[in-house]
Design a protein around this ligand. Structure first.
Ligand code: PHE
Ligand code: CO
Length: 275
C-alpha cells in the first residue's frame, strides 16, 4: 500500500540503500512470526474462494506461501520468468518518487516486518503480510503487471504536473480496493481487501457501501478514507479495461479534474452505474 500517514513510520530506515531497499534477513524471523503468518494465511485462504478474483486465486494456489514467511529470493526467479517483475525488500512506506521509480522498473517494494499478534485483525501500516499476500500473486498476471509498471511511470509524470492526489486515488481504488465483475458475480483484486479478514466479505456484501462501475475520471475525483472500511468500491470488467482506460496521456484529464468538484468518499452522483 502506498499512502500517507500522520505518525512516525514504524520500520527501521537506518540501513537503507539509496533506493530505500534493504536485505530481507529471512533468518531473523522468529518461530512465533512464522506461526502468525500461517494463521493469517489460513484465515484469508478460507475466505478467498467466495470473494477473490480467479486470477488471484489461481496464482496464490500455484505459489502456495502457506508454510511460513516467504523468502523473497525464492519467489524472484519465478516472478522474473513469469512477468519480469522482482520483489525488493524495504523497511516500510516509501517517498512517492522512490515508490513510483520502483514500479516503473517492474520492482515491487515489500515491507520486511510482520505485524504483532494483537494486530491480527487490523493494522494501520502495510506489513509483509499485506504487501506479499495481497500484492505478489497478481504480479504474475501479465496485464495487471503491465498496468502497475505504467502506473509507476504515470506517477513520476504526475508529480511534475502537481497531480499526485488524483493518481493516488486511482491506486487506492484499483490496486488496493478494486472490485471486478465476473460471471460468478463481483469479486476483488484489491490487495487492501485481499489481506483483510473483515473487508473481504464487507466489500461485496455490505449494504452500507456503494459499488460503482469503474469510470477513470470519477475515480480520480473521489476522496477516500484510510482508517475505515471503504464507503465506495469501483468495479472494472477486466484488467484489459483498466490498462486501456489508463493508457492515454493524463495531462488533459488532470486539467478536467481541476475543473470538477472533489467527491466525498461516500458520495453517489447521477452518472454512477451502481452495482
Ligand atoms: N497514461 C498515464 C499518463 O499519461 C499514466 C498512467 C498509466 C497512470 C496507468 C496510471 C495508470 O499520465
Ligand atoms: Co498495498
Amino acid at each position: 500500500m502506498a499512502g500517507q500517514t500522520d505518525h512516525a513510520l514504524r520500520g527501521n530506515y537506518d540501513n537503507i540503500r539509496a533506493d530505500y531497499t534493504v536485505d530481507q534477513d529471512w533468518a531473523a524471523y522468529t518461530a512465533a512470526e512464522h506461526d502468525l503468518w500461517k494463521r493469517l494465511y489460513a484465515r484469508q485462504s478460507a475466505l478467498l474462494p467466495a470473494y477473490a478474483c480467479d486470477e488471484f486465486l489461481d496464482s496464490l494456489s500455484t505459489l502456495n506461501f502457506s508454510a511460513g514467511i516467504p523468502k523473497f529470493a525464492d519467489i524472484n526467479p519465478k516472478l522474473k520468468a513469469a512477468t519480469e517483475w522482482q520483489i525488493v525488500a524495504v523497511p516500510g512506506l516509501l517517498p512517492d518518487d522512490v515508490f513510483f521509480t520502483h514500479l516503473a522498473n517492474r520492482r515491487f517494494p515489500v515491507t520486511v516486518w510482520l505485524r504483532t499478534p494483537e494486530e491480527f485483525d487490523y493494522i494501520v501500516e502495510p506489513d509483509i503480510f499485506h504487501d506479499f499476500f495481497g500484492h505478489v500473486p497478481l504480479l504474475f498476471n501479465h496485464t495487471f503487471a503491465d498496468y502497475l509498471e505504467a502506473y509507476g511511470k504515470g506517477g513520476v509524470k504526475a508529480k511534475g504536473l502537481n497531480a499526485l492526489d488524483y493518481l493516488a486515488r486511482l491506486y487506492w481504488y484499483t490496486v488496493e480496493f478494486g472490485l471486478i465483475e465476473t460471471p460468478q458475480g463481483l469479486r476483488t483484486y484489491g490487495a487492501g481487501i485481499l489481506s483483510s479478514g473483515g473487508e473481504l466479505p464487507y466489500c461485496i456484501e455490505s449494504k452500507k457501501s456503494n459499488r460503482i462501475r469503474f469510470d477513470l475520471l470519477r475515480v480520480m475525483q473521489s476522496k477516500y478514507k484510510i482508517d475505515t472500511f471503504q464507503e465506495t468500491y469501483f468495479a472494472i470488467k477486466s484488467f484489459k479495461q483498466l490498462f486501456d482506460a489508463t493508457a492515454p496521456d493524463f495531462t488533459p484529464y488532470y486539467d478536467e479534474l481541476r475543473a470538477r468538484p472533489e467527491l466525498a468518499a461516500n458520495e453517489v452522483i447521477a452518472s454512477d452505474q451502481l452495482l
